[in-house]
Ligand binder design. Structure first.
Ligand SMILES: Cc1cc2nc3c(=O)[nH]c(=O)nc-3n(C[C@H](O)[C@H](O)[C@H](O)COP(=O)(O)OP(=O)(O)OC[C@H]3O[C@@H](n4cnc5c(N)ncnc54)[C@H](O)[C@@H]3O)c2cc1C
Ligand code: FES
Length: 262
């Protein structure tokens, strides 16, 4: 059930340019992989949408790329501080697939560790994964998905797609998703759009889906081309490309079970 709850920060660890923000779980439900939560960033009026990266009985964790004031404030949170979380929200990935292949680009890795664990728990075994990053530094985050095949630009992750048919479940930058949609028309793709409320009230996340204007927060963020939710063709709200994203501030090393030592 969707709830707004106060969570205490259990820790925050740097992983390459990103930060893994771990929150005490309390009695919050993690939802389904690909669903998202709205995180209230300190000092910001609007919450920021984040995919759940990992869930244990004790914690919920989010992998955050500090590209602006909201994400930077979230990455600077320290153990013991508190923040509100609303979720789980939106439509996640459909786990009823035969031969899953996880595909991630950059911070699009974020929902894949939770997705991988849920697929394994559903009896699919640990699914293969391919990940693409801008640099070796960004690729340090691949430690969250230990068996993944990784490539660094100028090689794009689409170059790692196997010849045999797979059920592709993907998250990444828009150009990667557009390319995947052409190569694998049945792929389930997690799209992004700026979001203010996360539950259908503000219309800030409207995109064009197969000729219709739809709210990505309620019709997505995971869409299956040609399926129930159609596919986005041209977001109405233009946004900066990944090239304009800034580098992360230095983080702190943690000593939790989720600490990543690449
Ligand atoms: C469903 C969903 C799940 C997400 N999951 C994650 C996640 O797990 N980890 C993570 O780091 N980020 C995730 N994001 C993106 C994250 O919400 C944005 O980067 C964040 O809201 C930016 O806030 P800011 O204040 O730091 O920067 P802002 O000042 O708001 O934005 C900085 C720049 O990024 C652009 N931008 C803002 N939001 C988006 C967006 N959603 N898509 C593309 N460009 C944007 C702005 O136009 C601006 O140029 C997700 C977004 C959505 C919609
Ligand atoms: S974010 Fe408010 S309607 Fe989608």
């Amino acid at each position: 059930m969707v709830r707004r709850r106060l969570h205490r920060v259990a820790g925050a660890e740097p992983i390459g340019p990103y930060t893994l923000l771990r929150l005490e779980r309390g009695d919050s439900e993690p939802g389904e992989p690909g669903q998202f939560f709205m995180l209230e960033a300190p000092g910001r009026v609007l919450p920021r949408p984040m995919s759940l990266c990992l869930a244990t009985r004790a914690e919920l964790a989010f992998l955050i790329d500090p590209i602006g004031p909201g994400t930077s404030a979230l990455c600077e949170l320290e153990q013991g501080e508190e923040l509100h979380l609303l979720g789980p929200l939106g439509h996640g990935f459909d786990l009823a697939v035969e031969r899953p292949l996880l595909v991630g680009g950059g911070i699009g890795l974020a929902p894949l560790p939770f997705l991988s664990k849920r697929l394994a728990r559903a009896g699919k075994g640990r699914p293969p994964a391919i990940l693409g990053f801008r640099s070796e530094w960004h690729a340090e985050a691949a430690a969250l998905l230990p068996d993944a095949e990784v490539c660094i630009e100028p090689t794009f992750v689409t170059a790692l797609l196997p010849d045999e048919r797979h059920d592709v479940l993907a998250c990444g930058p828009e150009p990667m998703l557009v390319a995947l949609r052409v190569l694998v028309p049945t792929a389930q793709l997690a799209w992004e759009s700026p979001m203010a409320c996360g539950y259908g009230a503000c219309h800030g996340c409207v995109v064009e889906l197969d000729g219709e204007l739809r709210r990505l927060c309620v019709d997505g963020p995971v869409l299956r081309h040609g399926g129930t939710h159609g596919s986005p063709t041209s977001p109405l709200l233009r946004r900066a490309g990944t090239a304009s994203r800034t580098r992360a501030p230095a983080g702190r090393a943690g000593d939790s079970a989720w600490s990543v030592r690449p």
